[in-house]
Design a protein around this ligand. Structure first.
Ligand code: ADP
Ligand code: MG
Ligand code: ZN
Length: 502
């Protein structure tokens, strides 16, 4: 294999204009599979969730999952698509060991939803419209595990194991029209589109859309054409990219690789490519020309799907506020910048902060704890914010204790540590660890008197007007109270006792 010397990203864009197409597969969160009653629960014993239908045994007959169709219509509506009045499933014929029927039940020329768009917001706030070609229903395949080799790939393996539990789980495939005009921002648009789609899918409640678990995966099609020309170049299709960051990196790498091939007089082969997480590169998969013959034909065992117009309108009325619209509303309510809202989104903290505010916290405090201390701890533990063992209600309680002066920030961090360690609610941690600000004025006054007596020189400086020196005395009192005093109140007391104006 020859390794192509990449062209720098800037040089690539100086000569070429990227065109992208994104195909996203979403595994629906239905209880049962798309065409049979088998469970979709993850983590079960291999092949324990199968039946004659999803194993493709002769004589078995599929039945369409109504929740699957409803989810598809909701996704179509949220993407501003037209919903087919009548559509059919189709058989996509090909052999693969993890596909026991020898065809995938999919949709071909009659998708349930088509001609839509999704507006995505870029980091600087600019809105870019991505047009949607279609959203169609299909089913997942089983899963192969290649055993005995060093890499887990089929090459070098001694045998393969097949688990059909995933075979037949409902998928919605969402395909964009060619995305033109993004220029150097093409990789950013790709990432923002997948991020927005993921938020949308979650808001609709049709899937948890966890990319790291393969519930949502993206194929990145990309081609270059010389700047100023119209005709599309030949595309490559990088398959199954499964994180937002990887979507961006894959697009960027392919722009650089295509530019290298084209500028040295070579031609791009229409092929699938594999993305490599370690270095962000892609390598060739299988050659794929447009004439690929799947011998699609209408599925004779399933009745056509004809969503009644009244039902479609009902579903349209029930659509939740679109994530981008909601984010903009929250951004204004919280008084944060576009940039900060983007960080909150990237951290997966929008819903957590919103719930903390609903539980009584003010916006600034809710944001401060989730994006500060809690983000730090999630990062340390290598998990998502949402996976931390603390609820928005508990964070709101910590905020309330700080607001009423029972805790200062340092103590609040200890309370959070206790909640995360399973010591109970914030109040239980405060009681259990004896963490409360010393607010008893008598005790505080004594501590202040002692600090003044022990630091007579500093006290004289303050008396003579050097108010800045008070910090040293505040520090002494905080030390004496093991951090459990309200520093602002301590400072007031010191100045009062020394007869100086703050
Ligand atoms: P396939 O079945 O080969 O994956 P699809 O039509 O399902 O084909 O998806 C192809 C995707 O690539 C679509 O999003 C389409 O808009 C996009 N696309 C088509 N031609 C090009 C091209 N020359 N360059 C970039 N993207 C393209
Ligand atoms: Mg494809
Ligand atoms: Zn089944």
């Amino acid at each position: 294999m020859t390794v192509t010397e990449l062209v720098s990203y800037e040089d690539a864009l100086a000569s070429y204009d990227p065109v992208m197409g994104l195909e996203v597969h979403v595994e629906l969160g239905t209880k049962t599979k798309m065409f049979c009653g088998c469970s979709t629960e993850l983590g079960a014993e291999p092949n324990s969730q199968t039946c004659p239908t999803c194993l493709g045994l002769p004589g078995s007959l599929p039945v369409v999952n109504a929740v699957g169709v409803e989810s598809a219509v909701k996704i179509g509506l949220a993407l501003h698509c037209e919903i087919a009045e009548w559509c059919r499933f189709a058989r996509k014929n090909y052999f693969y060991p993890d596909m026991p029927k020898n065809f995938q039940t999919s949709q071909y020329d009659e998708p349930i939803a088509f001609n839509g768009y999704l507006d995505v917001q870029l980091e600087d706030g600019e809105v870019f419209r991505v047009e949607i070609e279609r959203a169609h229903m299909e089913e997942d395949t089983g899963k192969s595990t290649h055993v005995g080799g060093a890499t887990g790939r089929i090459h070098g393996a001694s045998h393969s194991l097949l688990d059909y539990n995933r075979a037949g789980i409902p998928l919605i495939e969402i395909v964009t029209k060619p995305i033109e005009g993004a220029g150097e921002r093409a990789p950013e648009v790709a990432k923002a589109y997948v991020a927005e789609l993921r938020e949308l899918i979650k808001a609709l409640g049709v899937s948890e859309a966890r990319m790291e678990q393969g519930q949502m995966r993206c194929d990145v099609n990309l081609s270059l054409r010389p700047n100023g020309t119209k005709e599309f170049g030949t595309r490559s299709e990088t398959k199954n990219v499964n994180s937002l960051r990887s979507v961006e990196r894959a697009a960027r790498f392919e722009i650089q690789r295509h530019a290298a091939v084209l500028s040295s007089g070579g031609t791009i082969v229409q092929e699938t490519r594999h993305f490599h997480e370690e270095d962000g590169s892609t390598t060739a998969g299988r050659i794929k020309d447009n004439a690929e013959d799947y011998r699609y034909f209408p599925e004779p065992d399933l009745v056509p799907v004809a969503p009644a117009r009244e039902w479609v309108e009902e579903l349209r009325k029930e659509l939740p506020e679109l994530p981008r619209v909601r984010r903009n509303r929250l951004r204004e309510e919280w008084g944060v910048s576009e940039h900060d809202m983007q960080s909150i989104l990237n951290a997966g903290a929008v819903d957590l902060i919103a719930a903390t505010i609903d539980a009584g916290a003010d916006a600034a405090s809710a944001r401060k704890w989730w994006m500060g201390e809690l983000a730090r701890r999630a990062n340390e533990a290598g998990t998502d914010l949402a996976a931390l063992e603390i609820t928005p209600e508990q964070v709101a309680r910590v905020c309330a204790l700080v607001a009423e002066g029972s805790l200062n920030d340092k103590l609040a961090r200890q309370v959070i540590e206790g909640v995360l360690a399973g010591e109970g609610d914030p109040d239980a941690v405060v009681a259990g660890r004896g963490l409360a600000v010393v607010s008893d004025e008598g005790a505080l006054g004594t501590a202040v008197d002692e600090a003044i007596a022990a630091n007579a020189g500093i006290a004289d400086k303050i008396r003579s007007g050097k108010v800045a020196a008070a910090g040293a005395l505040v520090g002494a009192v905080m030390k004496a109270t093991r951090g459990q005093a309200d520093a602002a109140r301590v400072r007031e007391l010191i100045l009062e006792k020394l007869g100086v104006e703050g």
